[in-house]
Design a protein around this ligand. Structure first.
Ligand code: IVH
Length: 673
């Protein structure tokens, strides 16, 4: 290839990858299957490896890679970042509106309503369309340069679409999605590290890492909500007269704008929308702690100006906190997959913010001592960052003398071996290799949805299999026969056949699922994907040394050590050999199923009779299709089960094709190879 051709191909590949990143991470609506995307990406990597002098800073391959920093640089904001006044009641919102009406001498004020994302504010600068600087809010005047960490956020475009100006400065919120927060805390609890109190702290802690590889492993995300500067002239002289238009402008550059923003024609509509947002709060995949009302007209905003702390034209409506008082009936201890022993409070079941709370993790003995939580205590509970229930404090004034102080056991409740507390860790751990509780957790993890997704293999059955000595490691599952299961209590022929079929079906799962399922300490889904993509085969992964492992962006020394430790154990080598013998897929890209549904996007609503949501999802994905959580004009099919939700109405409105469960099953059948 001539140099000209190489340059043209590089430009073309980058453009395409940027476009598909945007479809996937910003719109949640990919256009091509992952395998095609991977092929484009690989081609770009290879071409850049062959011509390192042609690598550009805004190439999609350059998200992670820089060496760790020793400190963050302090940067003065070009335009200070203010904060917002708060309102806690609807009356306060009415008063806010009256104040604005009086000041502006008009009673027709329109507001842009936006979810208040519970994360941390950042200011992003693009020069000639390339992302060049990202700074934390700091004290509003000065913040820290976290550009390298922000580059790892996949929804943040390194290069803007459309016709960006010479200088564009935008503001937005970096946040950690609920699922990532829960997974991170679960992993930290297993490791004996302190858990984060809420997604905001987790996001802040992750963004302020000196090593971008750590940030990259934390699944941070971004929404932008302010167009702070576009060239030098005021926005309205450049045709942008409202916040609504400003948001549209941001979206047109490929920046992620929250989909739940809404223009309200008056304060009543705004209050109504605050109510609606509070209602959908639980369903959103990220945490919101209120709504932000912004006067829509930018010139009126300018006219009102700001006080020392916050603009007069905007206000944050904060949702009321959800707390309740309940009783600690008991404190039990659980043995995790890696042997960590965690105390758990069993609570008098209480309804709180949309769900019934009957247990709360107490993390470790220090936590219990600090909060002075005793068995029998009345306690105040809340949902931390409104997701996981936690005990805020005990109420000692309510004690009657019958309460008991809890002490962590010194031996494992499952196998009786002595527990150890590693120096520097808050957790105690059972290190027995044959501890049945760890084995149960390990097999449950292996069979779980994101791992091998073996439907029907629940905790009860796993316990039976282990107690009956039919299974003593995950590989044993593949040597079970239907007949060997029949002696188990409440297991009939039909159930046994189904389970064996589900286990057999999992043999062709992707390599990344298997790697994740092995339950290697510190290796989550994200790391498993990186490892599978890099090494392509289980054998190569097993043979990799520390330097080969840490050379992969996103794999730090701790993960690498843990992987080496795992594969150096004879017991684990033996398990892999058995998996091989059972005929599992140990290669990336091998045994690809036909991609009969590729390019199609499905949305599911209501209860399906033949499978759970997650199985339906994997079936679609196996056939190359994609599942999205909300209906849009890009949805190919809405699959409707019993008692469908509001998605059905929306699909009808948009003219999206609707499939009954029977029709859906037929479609799957027709497209399976
Ligand atoms: S506008 C002058 N919009 O809330 C405008 N802020 O309590 C100030 N936040 O510092 C920011 N979602 O970190 C704005 N849609 C949104 C927001 C939002 C979350 C955060 C932001 C701000 C804080 C103020």
């Amino acid at each position: 290839m001539s140099m000209e051709k190489i340059k043209a191909r590089l430009a073309e590949l980058r453009k395409q990858i940027q476009y598909h990143n945007w479809r996937y991470y910003v719109l949640d609506d990919p256009q091509i299957p992952d395998s095609e995307y991977d092929a484009l990406f690989r081609e770009l990597v290879e071409l850049e490896e062959a011509h390192p002098e042609l690598v550009t800073a805004d190439s999609p391959t350059q998200r992670v890679g820089a060496k760790p920093l020793t400190a963050f640089r302090t940067v003065r904001h070009r335009i200070p970042l203010s904060s917002l006044g708060n309102a806690f009641t609807h009356e306060e919102l009415l008063a806010f509106n009256q104040r604005l009406q009086r000041n502006l001498g008009t009673d027709t004020l329109q507001y842009m309503l936006e979810p208040k994302i519970d994360g941390l504010a950042v200011a992003l600068t693009y020069e000639n369309g390339s992302f060049t600087l990202g700074v934390t809010r700091g004290d509003g005047i000065e913040g820290e340069d976290v550009t390298l960490n922000l580059r790892t956020i996949k929804s943040l475009p390194l290069k803007l679409q459309g016709n960006p100006p010479e200088i564009l400065e935008v503001r937005g919120e970096v946040y950690m999605p609920k699922a990532a927060f829960l997974a991170l805390n679960r992993a930290r609890e297993e490791e004996g590290a302190q858990v984060f109190a809420n997604p905001r702290n987790a996001a802040a802690g992750s963004l302020r890492q000196l090593d971008p590889k750590i940030t990259a492993s934390r699944s941070l995300n971004l929404f932008v909500y302010t167009l702070a500067q576009k060239s030098d002239a005021p926005l309205w002289e450049q045709g942008i007269t409202t916040q609504q238009e400003a948001l549209a402008e941001l979206a047109s550059y490929g920046l992620p704008v929250n989909p739940h923003t809404r223009l309200c024609r008056n304060i009543q509509e705004a209050i109504e929308y605050c109510r609606e947002l509070e209602e959908i709060r639980e369903e959103l995949p990220y945490e919101i702690d209120g709504a932000v009302l912004k006067l829509n007209d930018l010139q009126l905003q300018e006219q009102l100006g700001s006080t020392a702390r916050s603009p007069r034209w905007a206000i944050a409506y904060k949702f009321p906190p959800s707390q309740a008082v309940t009783k600690v009936k008991d404190i039990i201890v659980q043995v995790g997959r890696t042997g960590t022993i965690t105390p758990l409070a069993i609570l008098e079941p209480t309804f709180l913010a949309g769900s019934t709370i009957s247990r709360a993790s107490l993390h470790n003995q220090d936590y219990i001592n600090d909060k002075d939580i005793r068995i029998g205590d009345q306690v105040v509970i809340q949902k931390a960052g409104d997701i996981i229930p936690e005990i805020v404090r005990s109420l000692p004034e309510k004690r009657d003398g019958s309460e008991r102080i809890f002490q962590m056991p010194s031996s494992c409740p499952a196998c009786g071996s002595e527990l150890i507390r590693e120096p520097g860790e808050v957790a105690v751990r059972c290190v027995a290799l044959d501890c049945p509780a760890q084995l149960k957790e390990g097999i449950a993890h292996f069979a779980s949805r994101d791992a091998m997704n073996i439907e029907g293999l629940g905790p009860k059955l796993i316990e039976q299999l282990i107690d009956a000595k039919l299974v003593s490691d995950p590989a044993d599952l593949y040597f079970l026969t239907s007949d060997s299961l029949l002696p188990l209590e409440r297991v009939g022929k039909i159930l046994a056949d189904k389970l064996i079929a589900a286990i057999a079906a999992s043999k062709t799962n992707s390599l990344e699922r298997l790697i994740y399922g092995l339950g290697i300490r510190h290796v989550g889904l994200e790391a498993a994907k990186l490892l599978a993509a890099h090494f392509q085969t289980m054998d190569r992964l097993m043979a990799a040394d520390l330097s080969q492992l840490t050379a992969i962006p996103g794999i730090g020394p701790q993960i690498a050590e843990s992987i080496r430790d795992f594969f150096s154990r004879e017991q684990n080598q033996h398990i892999i050999a058995k998996l091989k013998k059972a005929g599992l897929n140990l290669e990336s890209g091998a045994k690809q199923t036909s991609a009969g549904l590729s390019g199609l996007t499905f949305v599911l609503t209501g209860t399906l009779k033949s499978f759970t949501r997650s199985t339906a999802r994997s079936k679609i994905e196996e056939l190359g299709g994609k599942v999205s959580s909300s209906v849009s004009k890009n949805t190919s099919y809405l699959v409707v089960g019993e008692e469908p939700g509001s998605k059905l109405e929306k699909a009808k409105k948009l003219g999206v094709k609707i499939l009954s469960e029977e029709e859906f099953l037929q479609l799957l059948e027709e497209n399976s190879s």
